[in-house]
Design a protein around this ligand. Sequence first.
Ligand code: DX5
Ligand code: ZN
Length: 218
Amino acid sequence: MIKIAPSILSADFSRLGEQVRTVEEAGAEILHIDVMDGHFVPNITIGSLVVKALRPHSKMFFDVHLMIEQPERYIQDFAEAGADHITVHLEATPHIHRAVQQIKSLGLSAGVAVNPATPLDGLKYILPELDMVLIMSVNPGFGGQKFIPAVLPKIEVLSKYLLQMQSSCQIEVDGGINAETARAVVKAGAGILVAGAAVFAQPDPSEAILKIRQASNG
Ligand code: DX5
Ligand code: ZN
């Protein structure tokens, strides 16, 4: 069963609560929350305050994607704000194992993200610890970018490896996902699809979720 994770990055922030309710009612299982620091990526978005503000208004699984340098500094804040899951970037810290342990020690599920040009090799010795690997299918920093098809073989390789290891680790794909690109990503082995512009930049976000779901089921 494919899960859809709308990314609030493309939501209307002046009525964020309402937008979150819309996608929850449309059946989205996961809320993807993009945190950017203006260093690791060229953009600045939101912090743990927004997670804390949304938490009482939603039962969705809060999936926090930290696009920040030295994410270790902020993991506890996001956990306390109500995150269910935290993903840190492999490229953002020399101490990825420590960061993952920190997330897990707070009782949260943990993920590691890799940028489009980053090989999977660096994940090898951390993979048994992970609940999720996030494969970036755009260069992180902005919503509404074009899907990079070169990541498809990377998803396939990871998916085969996880199957071989009988791992329950999920593959999440993030960037440029819409009704046109969803099928290829699912065929390659993704289980969670993040979609920002393809949901929130549409006139009817509920219908947009349905379309992505239908497309992902082929
Ligand atoms: C990109 C973010 C994504 C972004 C996806 O840096 O990590 O989660 O919101 O947006 P779309 O689906 O519009 O590419
Ligand atoms: Zn993201």
